[in-house]
Design a protein around this ligand. Structure first.
Ligand SMILES: Cc1ncc(COP(=O)(O)O)c(C=O)c1O
Length: 339
């Protein structure tokens, strides 16, 4: 039904228990950590790589303790995090990796599909994603030997692949790394949603190609403009899904910073995607008793890029005219902000 349900399933199969620790990047969507919080785990936020906004493996290494059970790397905007480094840390410390690949369906990292590198990975097909399932949708995948129990996590332990007489009285507890657990969630989607998603998945390659072309167009327009840091594009190893365009400014070269830029761009009617902010700024962490000030101090790069450097521009199929208007407006605003 959604990526968040997939995180919950991955965490439960990973044997997450109250008091265990889960490391996630400081900047992501709020639901990356909600299931871990709900399960009574302690969430530890790692700082980010300011160039991609993805989790910084060096800070993860510093924050691993004997209680760390899971690391949750996130593919922000569809751009893969440094999965080799994360997997190495996970292996060395016997930790599970649950990938938040909500933005990353169809991307890849060193030849492997994004979301399929860790122990579990979860994708979102919510209506704002590159492909969607009529409003809400998700897929969770695993490399763990969960056997026949894995699909039963979809609906409270039922084996819905079989007729009722085969599963009646045989609704099972599911066996994860930490022993048996009761699957409480109903994460079923409808056939109509599945049909819609399948038809969109057939167009996935074209959809990503249009988004990539739009990102390349914006980078080209911004080339050589002092103060603009272009969006990271594909490399031999990395194929993004271009869910979002990561736009960054270098405030040292301009009067003002991204906050001024965002205001001025909004005045020109250009939408920006505002969901991605440091999670220690969200009420739930404070309400749950986290020392959010200490977490903020432990993630200085996240704080700096959020306050001064980045915003996300949309890449969804825009007309050429809209794309040009967006590029023109960005360039005008940055020129106005020249020192
Ligand atoms: C990075 C990230 N993770 C997780 C989610 C949650 O996805 P879903 O709505 O499918 O649960 C989102 C949704 O936008 C997201 O942006």
């Amino acid at each position: 039904t959604n990526a968040t349900a997939g995180f919950e399933i991955g965490l439960k199969f990973s044997g997450l228990k109250p008091g265990d620790e889960v490391i996630a990047p400081a900047i992501t969507f709020c639901s990356t950590i909600s299931p871990a919080l709900e399960m009574g785990a302690k969430v530890v936020l790692a700082d980010i790589d300011p160039r991609t906004l993805n989790i910084d493996p060096e800070d993860v290494a510093r924050k691993i303790t004997s209680k760390t059970k899971v690391i949750m790397p996130v593919y922000i905007g569809g751009y893969p995090p440094d999965m080799d480094a994360i997997m190495k840390l996970a292996e060395e410390n016997n930790i599970s990796v649950v990938e938040d690949a909500a933005h990353a369906f169809g991307g890849s990292y060193k030849g492997k599909m994004s979301g399929t590198i860790g122990h579990f990975g979860s994708y979102s097909f919510h209506e704002v994603k590159n492909v969607n399932a009529l409003g809400e949708g998700g897929i969770v995948v695993t490399n763990e030997p969960c056997g026949e129990d894995f699909p039963k996590a979809r609906f409270v332990g039922f084996d819905i692949a079989h007729p009722i007489d085969k599963w009646l009285y045989d609704v099972v507890a599911l066996k994860g790394k930490g022993g048996y657990y009761t699957a409480a969630g109903n994460h079923s989607a409808t056939e109509i949603q599945a049909v819609a998603l399948l038809s969109q998945i057939r167009r996935l390659r074209d959809i990503i190609a249009i988004r990539r072309r739009n990102a390349e167009y914006l980078n080209k327009r911004f080339e050589g403009i002092e103060g603009i840091v272009p969006c990271p594009l594909d490399t031999d190893d990395i194929k993004s899904t271009y869910h979002l365009y990561l736009f960054q400014l270098d405030p040292d070269k301009l009067k003002g910073d991204i906050q001024d830029f965002k205001k001025k761009l909004t005045e020109k009617g250009v939408t920006q995607v505002a969901h991605f902010a440091p999670l220690y700024r969200f009420s739930y962490m404070k309400q749950l008793g986290y020392d959010t000030e200490a977490i903020r101090k432990s993630c200085p790069k996240a704080e700096e890029v959020f306050l001064h450097r980045f915003t996300h521009l949309p890449l969804y199929p825009l007309t050429q005219q809209q794309l040009e208007y967006m590029a023109d407006s960005v360039i005008e605003v940055v020129k106005e902000m020249r020192r």
